[in-house]
Design a protein around this ligand. Structure first.
Ligand SMILES: *Cc1c(COP(=O)(O)O)cnc(C)c1O
Length: 473
């Protein structure tokens, strides 16, 4: 123990100082600002100090070459954007950690126009007076969903909070025990109800809730009946849920509104593409639900946003809530949201122009062909460093939608010959364009459903670079 401490002290003393490192680098950092270079150097020294302190095995000092290599890598990393493009080979289409939905070129174009130029964001071009940002998309949303009025906020979590705060603060909200969901990222229905100042009244059992359960709890303190779409899990077996229609009849007979948090909120029925049936926003609106909330970046395939649609009188109250101002969307969201919504005027077209829908509905043969294209591009004549083959796999919808449903797909499965598969997975994450895949049966899998056709060349280059470096080291 004593020896280890002495060793560690010596190692710590031998760590280079920032100025020494900077001098050693000379002009090799090129045009990267000195301040960023210094930050990277400090970061390297700190993490090396941490390694010495926590490593209980024999710890050795880095060689000059190793320091140089580390410093230059850290400097390069610091000079790049932290938010970077990655290649999604996970097969999870709506991957929350990878940014959920991606936008098509026209949607990006709308975003860019809104960024590069002044816009009529809150300026009415007819009257020359102040306008409302919501009016830019409200008519389209109403037309597509059949709702009387609409409003858009930052995300669906904000939408639920705003609706409950407006309609139920200080009063009771009745929810089925089977729908008290946690979505992830700390969004839990009971907590959101609490934050809105409303009181949660749970009814029914985890697996079964009946209309009479709701009916028993309605009293003078009741503000509304809340229905939550169980997006990310399924209760199977002996189950029963009250339909939106029945809830509406009960609520309206008691002068109360029904609110539904639909979560993914699709505008198209994807069941003809082999996906399980999910209620569309139009169906819920038609059932008479007073307020429906859903995400912009899940099955809708647009930017992060929370759409609130429903009856005019209720939506108007929500619009007037001062909290609305704190949760409002910015012009980039509005621009790309309007662009994605316009695709839905032609539903057939939406299936190919909205990337999320395209990935979910593309024929499996197309995915197989793309996988083969990738394989042809990485087939080298040199020494094999990795074996790979075509492999059937299952993709996921993701985003908490259709939880147990797998979509048949094709992957390129890699077996590196000179390193563990985990090292390959890690190495690919560190590339200039990181490649994210998954490990299955000791193979590294790239599911080609979530790789776009035009990403194949970049992906091939990344893989070749990595594999060639892998064999050298
Ligand atoms: C995803 C989801 C949310 C949260 O939506 P965000 O857009 O991520 O804020 C809330 N409720 C349900 C049922 C969901 O599926």
């Amino acid at each position: 123990m004593y020896d280890l401490m002495t060793d560690k002290k010596q190692l710590l003393c031998a760590l280079p100082k920032i100025d020494e490192c900077l001098a050693g680098l000379g002009d090799r950092a090129g045009s990267i600002p000195a301040r960023l270079v210094k930050l990277a150097v400090r970061h390297c020294i700190d993490s090396e100090r941490q390694r010495i302190l926590t490593d209980d095995k024999d710890c050795v000092l880095l060689s000059h070459e190793q320091w140089d290599e580390r410093l230059l890598a850290a400097i390069t990393l610091k000079s790049q954007m932290n938010l970077r493009r990655v290649i999604n080979g996970t097969g999870v289409v709506i991957h929350t950690n990878l940014g959920r939905s991606i936008l098509s070129a026209p949607m990006v174009d709308a975003l860019q126009q809104a960024g590069a130029y002044y816009t009529n964001l809150e300026f009415d071009l007819n009257t020359g007076k102040r306008g409302s940002r919501y009016s830019l998309v409200e008519e389209i949303i109403c037309d597509l969903t059949g709702a009387e009025a609409a409003l858009v906020v930052n995300n669906n979590a904000a939408a639920v909070l705003l609706v409950l705060d407006t309609l139920a603060s200080g009063k009771q909200v009745i929810v089925s025990r089977g729908q008290l969901v946690e979505i992830g990222g700390s969004f839990r229905i009971p907590d959101v109800i609490g934050k809105s100042g409303a009181h949660l009244v749970e009814v029914g059992a985890t697996n079964r809730t009946h209309l009479a359960d709701y009916e028993k709890e309605i009293n003078n303190e009741t503000a509304l009946l809340l229905k939550v779409h169980t997006s990310n899990f399924r209760v199977i077996g002996f189950t029963s849920e009250v339909s939106a229609e029945d809830l509406v009849t009960l609520a309206h007979a008691n002068g109360l509104p029904v609110v539904e948090d639909l979560g993914s909120g699709s505008l198209v029925d994807l069941s003809s593409f082999g996906l399980p049936p999910e209620p569309t926003v139009q169906q819920i609106v038609k059932a008479g639900v007073d307020v429906v909330t859903f995400s912009g970046d899940k099955l809708l395939g647009g930017p992060q946003a929370g759409l609130i649609v429903g009856k005019k009188e209720v939506i108007n109250r929500i619009k007037r809530n001062p909290l609305n101002r704190a949760l409002r969307i910015d012009k980039f969201t509005l621009a790309s949201l309007e662009a994605v919504l316009r695709n839905y005027y032609d539903l057939d077209q939406a299936l190919t122009t909205v990337p999320t829908l395209r990935m979910l509905t593309q024929p499996v043969e197309l995915i197989k062909r793309r996988a083969k294209r990738l394989m042809r591009r990485i087939h080298t004549t040199g020494r094999p460093v990795c074996s790979f083959c075509l492999r059937p796999t299952m993709s996921r919808v993701g985003g908490g939608a259709m939880p147990e449903h797998g979509l048949s797909s094709w992957a390129v499965a890699f077996k590196p010959l000179h390193m563990p598969v985990s090292a390959m997975e890690k190495g690919l994450r560190k590339l200039t364009i990181p490649v994210i895949g998954r490990i299955e049966d000791d193979l590294f899998l790239l599911d080609m459903r979530t790789v776009a056709d035009n990403e194949v060349p970049d992906l091939a280059t990344s893989l070749l670079t990595f594999l060639e470096q892998g064999v050298l080291s």
